[in-house]
Design a protein around this ligand. Structure first.
Ligand code: CAA
Length: 272
């Protein structure tokens, strides 16, 4: 989702710096950005000049100290606690402006946990975008018990007026609004499949044709990433202890096998 976020910000005219985990990943990050901009160009959403201008506004780094001069940073790393806490600890040290806002695209981690490893918990806010970021208009804005109202208000203005998205404010509860509703549905689809009610493709077909969903639950899980679905499920289960949030065995086995969905080339479906 980081590439999508960078694209949306660059197309809004912002100077964007993208952090990748190691220098070898810079080429990959740029390739994703170029691929998505080309797609938008082919679909007639942007002109060639917009595409070139957006590309010229994005630079890449593998060194978080390069973020010293930033005013708004959005973390979009893997849904792993240790990674997120490290990134927030480092960002807090390197970002010089004490009023700069540190946002997180986390799907499920409590924002307070990210805030408390910084010296500016009042400036830490959840900014949860949806995949594909270039297409879906929603951003969930999540303030922790320590987030200042001014931070949430500034983030809301940024997301709506600058990025052109729409905001729903939510409390700092696992899954916020969308994932608290969406993830049990995706997990139920796996349980329905495992109990032999219908084939995977027919379950997808049923939800697309019967409920006008743009994707079926297996296609959507592959798009989100099965590791992410599992991580959110564990987080929801950890918070609420309700059985419908617990990850079904098939999901856990697929993640263990590295079958993570579209990003790994294979999940419930193959992506050659
Ligand atoms: N920039 C601008 N517009 C773009 C674009 C880009 N880079 N890429 C695609 N688009 C536009 C296209 O032009 C098209 O617009 P029109 O309908 O106006 O022509 C639209 O987006 C759809 O694009 P495509 O034609 O390429 O693809 P599609 O019609 O097959 O739709 C899809 C693909 C958008 C993914 C659609 O199937 C969809 O919306 N699926 C559901 C996705 C969803 O539910 N996401 C939420 C996941 S949950 C999450 O992300 C949160 C979490 O924490 C897990």
């Amino acid at each position: 989702m980081g590439a999508g976020l960078a694209e949306v910000c660059a197309r809004a005219g912002l100077d964007v710096l993208v952090a990748v985990s190691r220098p070898a990943r810079i080429a990959d990050g740029r390739r994703k950005l170029v691929g998505s901009l080309d797609h938008a160009l082919r679909k007639g959403k942007i002109t060639e000049a917009d595409c070139d201008a957006a590309l010229s506004r994005v630079s890449f780094t593998a060194d978080l100290t390069d973020f010293a001069d930033r005013q708004f940073v959005i973390e979009a790393g893997p849904e792993r606690e240790s990674v997120k806490l490290d990134v927030f600890t480092t960002l807090d040290k390197v970002v010089e402006d004490p009023d700069a806002i540190l946002g997180s695209n986390t799907s499920s981690f409590p924002i307070i946990q990210l805030g408390r490893v910084t010296n500016r918990p009042g400036k830490v806010v959840g900014t949860h975008f949806f995949n594909p970021v270039t297409v879906l208009p929603l951003v969930e804005l999540v303030g922790s018990v320590l987030t200042e109202e001014e931070t949430v208000a500034t983030a809301e203005t940024f997301v709506t007026d600058v990025l052109g998205k729409q905001v729903v404010r939510t409390k700092d509860r696992s899954g916020f609004v969308v994932n608290a509703l969406l993830i049990p549905y995706l997990l139920s689809a796996i349980r329905v499949y495992e109990s032999g009610v219908a084939t995977m493709t027919d379950i997808d077909k049923a939800m697309k044709l019967g409920c006008a969903h743009p994707m079926g639950p297996f296609e959507l899980s592959d798009l989100i990433g099965l590791d992410i679905v599992q991580a959110i499920s564990e987080s929801l289960y950890g918070e609420y202890r309700e059985p419908h949030y617990s990850p079904p065995p098939l999901l856990a086995r697929m993640v263990s096998a590295g079958l993570l969905g579209k990003k790994s080339g294979r999940g419930f479906y193959d992506y050659p």
